[in-house]
Design a protein around this ligand. Structure first.
Ligand code: DQA
Length: 146
């Protein structure tokens, strides 16, 4: 059975590769998406990808995901820490969503320790750099298969 996973990325992640490279590394978002697409092909999983710096656009994309994708790997960027609107949108999708971060947010500034989204997500992956997306993707596909 073929499945579709949405890779959703929030604010400032379009700058990956050049943004705070000491924290986020030099891999670009295009590199990450291409790596997941190649990996997903071996599982017969289709990948859709969307990035926006705008909260409302991320909400619209989550709404559009309802009934069209099977699950979401979502790096919400700083919205993680305060967006109740994204939390409600995730809950409304009724889809498995994995909150994903490149950095270990719990080892950074205090404001990053809090996530208002995790409670409505299937799980959280943080701290493995670009590999966080791969770990989240694999966990999501495993979940879809069970
Ligand atoms: C991030 C962590 C967030 O705290 C930060 O605002 C980001 C990136 C990460 O992938 O580590 O933009 O989500």
């Amino acid at each position: 059975m073929s499945r579709t996973v949405l890779l959703l990325n929030g604010p400032n992640l379009n700058l990956l590769g050049t943004r705070e490279t000491e924290v986020y590394g030099t891999t670009t978002l295009d590199d990450i998406v291409a790596g997941i697409e190649a990996h997903a092909a071996t599982f017969d999983v289709a990948v859709e990808s969307y990035q926006s710096n705008i909260e409302g656009e991320l909400i619209d994309r989550l709404h559009a995901a309802r009934g069209t994708v099977d699950g979401v790997v979502f790096n919400p960027g700083a919205f993680t820490h305060y967006s109740y609107a994204l939390r409600d949108a995730i809950a409304a999708t009724d889809l498995p969503v994995i909150e994903t971060h490149l950095s270990n947010v719990h080892a950074r500034e205090e404001f990053r320790h809090r996530t208002v989204l995790a409670a409505v997500c299937l799980g959280v992956v943080a701290g493995f750099g670009p590999d966080s997306y791969r770990v989240a993707f694999d966990a999501l596909v495993r979940h879809l298969d069970t």
